[in-house]
Design a protein around this ligand. Structure first.
Ligand code: NAP
Length: 491
């Protein structure tokens, strides 16, 4: 296999500093950290490592820019977002390359992520001009009730590493459309896509101070003072439930509004009336997209006993045909996991399941693979006490559990603290409707393994989070309602 030649321009023109008040700067203490390519362990770039003083400067800049940014017309904000959409697509190849190199996913997936990220800018450019209030006449005749929507104010946005461009786009797009300024903290494993996006936003005409970007290895030290400052009025976080709970406590100290996109433990339920071709393709998408490193990744496949052998045979044939390697190589469909701890976690979860009685139908051993690669893996006969049924696997491992009774599988699917997404494979319309209602989740994939869509409200229930991103609800997260009581005219 041959490596596509790297595209040096994207790295050579990429800023490596912090963006504060429109200026790319070094950290106040001069510190930097390395961004590592997960496919080969090489250093991709060295990035300024923001300090709490830098965070204060970013906060000051966001606060100072808030009033003028909120005062811009929605047409002018929409124009900037639309330009960003266009530039992201023009630069799709180099951005996809950047995502593949810093995060590991195969190029085809990375191209899909650039498209997904761009679509958020297009969508929120269109939403920016549709921010609406309400009007009513007071029922007792005392006057009129007007409500207007206003930006919540400076926002803190925090993202994980698994979709380095799209997770930022899903927050930056609506925040800017609503008229909010931003302090943005990307994940330290994958800050490069964010820096590229920030540069594109600047070039598209975003005024200084509206977006401030703080790559850092000192997240906890930086973020807590920001949340307690009383200046940040909105936190939008995507990441683990564990960290989300810490941030919710901190946000409570200054009554900061929050949106939380947290972990998942998605059940994927295949009934014996399912179209198996559709079910298998949906399972491949729900499990293998992003190497399983997605909050929407199915973590547990419940397959009806009557079709379990056939489903497993076909699913295994599809996964066996997915080569693992450097995501930039032609034909590679499974890239490396993000880092050594992630690989160790997946190995531990598989070993635990096998020790408790699970059988390996495919994969299950990374010994022949380099670096952080883990092979597509299917486990059957997975016992209820296997840790991977109650832990986010975040890797290409599919545990299959059989069931017979619909009520029983609902009980098992809901027996988790999470509730992000559930997948249902059936041709029976009544059953589909019953199941969609019965699952305690924020999103349902009905005969599909992909639910992400910029036009849909993405989000979970229970410990999977609060609020929604995308769709018509996405911009609401960044807007307050203000009620104006208008006195009746003098008679
Ligand atoms: P994570 O460890 O929670 O980190 C997420 C972000 O929070 C990173 O930028 C991280 O920076 C930062 N962070 C960690 N501790 C912090 C603290 N005390 N104060 C402030 N910031 C802090 O999650 P991850 O491992 O990067 O991402 C995987 C998780 O994200 C999974 O649970 C996945 O399900 C979830 N996720 C959810 C969605 C969704 O839409 N629901 C989408 C994608 C991912 P540091 O790395 O420097 O700590």
């Amino acid at each position: 296999m041959t490596l596509t030649p790297p595209l040096p321009p994207v790295l050579s023109t990429l800023p490596t500093g912090l963006l504060v008040d429109g200026e790319w700067r070094d950290a106040t203490d001069g510190g930097r950290f390395d961004v590592i390519d997960p496919a080969n362990g090489r250093v991709l770039s060295s990035i300024a490592d923001a300090t709490p003083d830098d965070a204060q400067a970013a906060l000051d800049a966001a606060a100072a820019a808030q009033r003028s940014w909120a005062g811009t017309t929605s047409y002018s904000r929409a124009d900037i977002l639309r330009r960003v959409y266009e530039v992201l697509l023009e630069r799709r190849e180099e951005l996809a390359w950047l995502i593949t190199r810093e995060m590991g996913k195969p190029l085809a997936d990375a191209r899909g992520e650039v498209q997904y990220a761009a679509n958020f800018f297009r969508w929120f450019a269109e939403e920016a001009v549709r921010i609406r209030g309400t009007h009513a006449v007071a029922p007792d005749g005392r006057g009129q009730i007007l409500t207007v929507r206003e930006p919540v104010g400076p926002c803190l946005l925090i993202t994980p590493w698994n979709f380095p461009l799209a997770m930022g786009a899903r927050k930056i797009g609506p925040a800017l459309a609503a008229g909010c300024t931003i302090v943005f903290k990307p994940a330290p494993q994958t800050p490069l896509s964010t820096l590229a996006l920030a540069q594109i936003l600047q070039e598209a005409g975003l005024p200084d101070g509206v977006l401030n970007v703080l790559p850092t290895t000192r997240a906890a030290e930086l973020v807590e003072p920001l949340l307690r400052s009383g200046v940040i009025r909105k936190l939008s976080f995507t990441g683990s439930t564990h960290v989300g709970k810490i941030l919710l406590e901190q946000a409570a100290s200054a009554v900061v509004r929050t949106s939380m996109e947290l972990g998942g433990n998605a059940p994927f339920i295949v009934f014996d009336d399912a179209d198996l071709d559709i079910a298998v393709e949906a399972a491949v998408a729900a499990k293998m997209r992003n190497m399983g490193e997605a909050c929407t990744a199915t973590n547990r496949l419940y397959v009806h006993e009557g079709i379990a052998a056939e489903f497993t045979r076909r699913f295994a044939a599809r996964l066996a045909d997915m080569p693992a390697g450097d995501g930039e190589e032609e034909g590679i469909l499974v890239g490396p996991l993000i880092d050594a701890p992630s690989l160790a976690k997946v190995e531990r979860l598989v070993a635990d399941a096998i020790a408790k009685g699970a059988r390996v139908a495919l994969g299950g051993n990374a010994d022949d693979l380099a670096g952080y690669l883990y092979p597509p893996t299917i486990l059957t006969h997975v016992p209820v006490d296997a840790d991977l049924l109650t832990t986010e696997i975040f890797g290409p491992v599919a545990p299959i559990v059989t069931f017979v009774d619909e009520n029983d599988v609902v009980t098992r699917a809901n027996a988790t603290e999470w509730g992000l997404v559930g997948y249902i494979m059936t041709r029976d319309l009544d059953r589909a409707q019953r199941m969609a209602g019965a699952l305690d989740v924020g999103m349902v994939g009905l005969n599909t393994g992909i639910v992400s869509d910029v036009a849909a409200p993405f989000g979970g229930v229970k410990e999977s989070g609060l609020g929604r991103e995308g769709g018509h609800l996405g911009i609401d997260e960044f807007l307050n309602h203000k009620y104006i009581s208008v006195a009746a005219p003098k008679a």
